[in-house]
Design a protein around this ligand. Sequence first.
Ligand code: PLP
Length: 219
Amino acid sequence: MIEDNVKQILAKLPPGVTLVAAAKTRTPDEILRAIAAGITVIGENYIQEAREAFAAIGKKAAWHFIGRLQKNKVKRAVEIFDMIETVDSMRLAERINRSCAALGRTMPVLIEINSGREPQKAGVLPEEAEDLLREMSTLEHISVRGLMTMGPRFGDPEEARPYFKRTKDLFDQLGKEKLANAEMRVLSMGMSNTYNTAIEEGANMVRIGTRIFGEREKK
Ligand SMILES: *Cc1c(COP(=O)(O)O)cnc(C)c1O
């Protein structure tokens, strides 16, 4: 099941698009099955869950943090993750920078954009992204690699298209800036029900959970 799902998605993914398996609530055994079928990047939302999965699986895949990172968990996050996709404030960036400096490493990050301008959602507003990018480029232990967005949830993926388009426009605009420690290479957008639309609009990283692992149990 998991194996077939991964193979089917990978077979149809255009070249240059990276598939992140969004693994929240999944067991290490389920994650290992996805890796065996060709998954190379695991996305995790919760630090404790990620630590348990990482302890069981280790470096068989790359690990991306895709959840809301609480400031008191930054230190533990930088020990595990290869990329943090959800940086949306200078305060958080500074924390990551400090923890990485202590470990003598640099963290690749994406800036999360609140493309739907939803008050309850994470992410920086599109018009504030440029200032944040400039500020973040002064941090030596952070390397900005691109943008990530969730966008509002819709039943119909067509309704998500304008938010992906807007984020791609921003990605192109910010890509013209010549800044230290910053470049626009990765555009992470699209989930199980929207990833094809996101790819049409320029995503080169998609984060898929349900389509790989099945429905999540409601808590
Ligand atoms: C859960 C999650 C996904 C995947 O969602 P599905 O609808 O299960 O594919 C993608 N991105 C983030 C940030 C998530 O939390």
